[in-house]
Write a protein of this length. Structure first.
Length: 333
């Protein structure tokens, strides 16, 4: 079983931040532990302190399905002032994290500190991305894939507090297995008001993460308009999520680099139901008249004439979404 050095574990954390479409500033020296980061995206920002260890099998006379972190090298977990404190384990073979509740582990750690969860949660996280684990003492551990790290960070305090109520744990489990299977009104009815926003936010984030992962996989991790990769890709909804007819189906998605995603949303570029790519020449003329057309020709040259499509026809943009999206953005093709 692979055991990663501390610097490697922190590299995993940084890669997970990127994989979720977030950015970070490293606020502590490279390799120092605990590590401090500022993570941010779309106007959201969180300052975090990260404690992380390898997840290993439970010790002698412990259950066979138990995994644990052994919090060596620190006397106690350090809180992050005006920020969030993460206690993480990493299981390299499955490529999943376990997150533990800092509020439950504020005291001195003692001689041989360890924090546990069961293997079933790690397995479920591999399948679904996110899996809460009720430890039976009011403490809730959460296993999650790297692409779900940002969703966990944004709401971790309230998510761990759901361990106080069996009904809330059950709902989190259902959301982890299929976010679309739980209606928002059910969350509003059954989750305590102080935790309701966090659960709804996590539900939306898991939907977004699942959609992004499916779309980027379908398109081979490349921009459908220009072919770029470079970890600069988004899973873009063709018909925006705010529209009542929008769905999270892969046929309402297209993989776009950050530039072409923004250009698509702003109607500078689109594609038709035969997948031909079009530039908005009227908008181009307006840009030239306003002397804001710098880079326009290079932008046009980088575009392919036809969208690069997924091999599986079921993943390709559905005509109904393409036509509604173009009508919404004022295209006449």
């Amino acid at each position: 079983m692979a055991r990663l050095a501390k610097k490697q574990l922190l590299n995993v954390v940084e890669g997970a931040i990127r994989e979720g479409g977030w950015y970070f500033l490293r606020l502590s020296p490279i390799g120092s532990h605990p590590a401090q980061y500022q993570i941010y995206r779309d106007g959201q920002s969180h300052r975090v302190r990260v404690h992380i260890w390898n997840l290993t099998r439970g010790g002698q006379n412990r259950p066979e399905d138990e995994w644990r972190i052994q919090a060596t090298g620190v006397d106690r977990f350090e809180p992050e002032p005006d920020g969030k404190t993460l206690i993480l384990g990493w299981q390299d073979e499955r490529e999943v994290f376990a997150g533990f509740d800092f509020a439950r582990h504020r005291a001195d750690l003692g001689i041989s500190p360890s924090i546990q969860l069961r293997e079933a949660a790690l397995h479920q996280a591999v399948l679904d991305g996110f899996a809460p684990h009720n430890k039976g003492n009011g403490e809730l551990a959460i296993a999650f894939r790297p692409d779900c790290l940002a969703a966990y960070v944004a709401n971790l305090e309230s998510l761990h507090e759901c361990g106080r109520a069996a009904e809330e744990i059950e709902m989190l489990s259902r959301i982890g297995q299929d976010p679309d299977a739980v209606d928002d009104t059910e969350v509003e009815e059954k989750i305590a008001e102080s935790r309701r926003y966090a659960v709804l936010s996590t539900k939306r984030a898991l939907r977004e993460t699942g959609f992004r992962k499916r779309v980027l996989t379908a398109y081979g991790q490349s921009c459908a308009m220009c072919g770029i990769q470079l970890r600069l890709l988004d899973g873009a909804h063709i018909l925006p999520t705010a529209h009542p007819d929008s769905t999270d189906g892969t046929d309402n998605g297209v993989a776009l680099c950050a530039l072409h995603h923004r250009a698509f949303d702003r109607a500078l570029v689109t594609f038709d139901f035969e997948f031909r790519i079009h530039v908005n020449e009227s908008m181009a003329r307006e840009l030239k008249a306003a002397e804001h057309a710098g880079g326009l020709e290079a932008f046009k040259d980088a575009l392919r004439p036809v969208l690069t499509l997924p091999p599986d026809r079921r993943d390709r943009p559905a005509q109904r979404f393409v036509e509604k999206a173009n009508e919404l953005r004022g295209w006449s093709l």
